[in-house]
Design a protein around this ligand. Structure first.
Ligand SMILES: NC(=O)c1ccc[n+]([C@@H]2O[C@H](COP(=O)([O-])OP(=O)(O)OC[C@H]3O[C@@H](n4cnc5c(N)ncnc54)[C@H](O)[C@@H]3O)[C@@H](O)[C@H]2O)c1
Length: 267
C-alpha cells in the first residue's frame, strides 16, 4: 500500500507558515495528498493564492491566510480564525523565516531583531496561541523547521542564532507539555534548492555544484526531502518521537566529507 493510499493525515487540521513557496508549499502539497486539511499562512498573497489553487485543483482542502508573522496581533487573530473555522488545530508547522545580512557586523540592531522575530519569536507566538486548545483536547503536534545552521557555523549569523533558539524551543515544548498529549519536534534541513538561494546563485551560478562535495549523498536537498520528514512527524507513525531534531541533510553534519579525502590522501 502506498503512503498516499493510506490517507494517513485524514482528520488532521494542519497549519503551515510560510507556505506560499519553497519548502512550506511542498509540505502543504504532500500533507494534503495524504488527507490533511491545510491552513496556509504567508505574507505574499500572490504566492499564497497560487499554492491554495494548486492544492484545491488536485482535490485537496486548502485555505490561505495572509499574515505578517512579525505581528503578534495578526498571529493571534489568524490562529483564532482557523480554530473557529475548523474547530481545532491538530498540527502546527512553523516553517516561515526571515534571513537578512549574513555577517553580524553588517547587521543593524533592527535587522538582527527582525530575523529573530520572524524566525523564532513568531514560532513562540504561534505555539502559545495553539497550545491551550491542544492541551484541552489532550492532543497536539508541533513541528519546527530548524536548520543545520543551528548546529554548525555556515553563515547567516542572526538567522543561525534564531534557528538554535528554535531547536531549544522544541525541547522546551516537548518536555513541558508531553504529559498533556503534545508532541514537538524539529526538522533539521541541510541546503535545499529553493528561491531563497537566488541571490547567492546570482553571485555564484555554480553554488549548488560547489556545495555538493560536502554532501555524502552527492546532491543538494529538495523541498520534497523535507516534506516527507514533516509528514512522517505529523503522522501517528512517529508517535513516540518528541523533542528530537530530525536531521535531513544528506549526511552533511555526520562528518567533514572533503576533509576525509585530504586525511586519507585519497584525492
Ligand atoms: N532552503 C534551504 O536551504 C534551507 C535550509 C535549512 C533550513 N531551511 C528552512 O526551511 C524553511 C523554508 O525555507 P525556504 O527555503 O522554503 O524559504 P522561502 O524563503 O522560499 O520560503 C519562506 C516563506 O516564508 C514567507 N515569509 C517570510 N516572512 C514572512 C512573514 N513575516 N510573515 C509571513 N510569511 C513570511 C515567505 O513569503 C516565503 O513564502 C525555513 O524555516 C528555512 O529556514 C531552508
Amino acid at each position: 500500500m502506498s503512503l498516499d493510499e493510506r490517507n494517513e493525515l485524514s482528520n488532521t487540521v494542519m497549519v503551515i507558515t510560510g507556505a506560499g513557496r519553497g519548502i512550506g508549499k511542498e509540505i502543504a502539497k504532500l500533507a494534503s495528498s495524504v488527507g490533511a486539511q491545510v491552513a496556509l499562512l504567508d505574507i505574499n498573497v500572490e504566492n499564497l493564492t497560487k499554492t491554495v489553487d494548486e492544492i484545491n485543483a488536485l482535490n485537496g482542502r486548502a485555505k490561505g491566510y495572509t499574515i505578517d508573522l512579525s505581528s503578534e496581533a495578526e498571529i493571534n487573530s489568524v490562529i483564532d480564525s482557523i480554530e473557529a473555522e475548523y474547530g481545532r488545530i491538530d498540527c502546527l508547522v512553523n516553517n516561515a523565516m526571515s534571513v537578512g545580512a549574513e555577517d553580524f557586523l553588517k547587521s543593524s540592531l533592527e535587522d538582527w531583531e527582525f530575523q529573530i522575530k520572524v524566525t523564532l519569536t513568531a514560532a513562540f507566538l504561534n505555539i502559545k496561541r495553539v497550545l491551550p486548545g491542544m492541551i484541552a483536547r489532550g492532543a497536539g503536534n508541533i513541528i519546527n523547521i530548524g536548520s543545520v545552521n543551528a548546529k554548525t557555523m555556515v553563515g547567516s549569523d542572526a538567522y543561525s542564532v534564531a534557528k538554535a533558539g528554535l531547536h531549544a524551543l522544541t525541547r522546551a515544548v516537548a518536555v513541558r507539555y508531553g504529559s498533556s498529549g503534545i508532541r514537538c519536534n524539529s526538522v533539521m534541513p541541510g541546503s535545499i534548492a529553493t528561491d531563497v538561494w537566488l541571490q547567492r546563485a546570482e553571485r555564484n551560478p555554480k553554488v549548488f555544484q560547489d556545495l555538493k562535495p560536502w554532501y555524502p549523498r552527492g546532491r543538494i536537498g529538495t523541498p520534497t526531502d523535507i516534506a516527507e520528514a514533516v509528514v512522517f512527524l505529523a503522522s501517528s507513525r512517529s508517535d513516540w518521537m518528541t523533542g528530537t531534531e530530525m536531521i535531513v541533510d544528506g549526511g552533511l553534519t555526520a562528518g567533514l566529507a572533503p576533509m576525509l579525502k585530504i586525511i586519507e590522501a585519497s584525492e
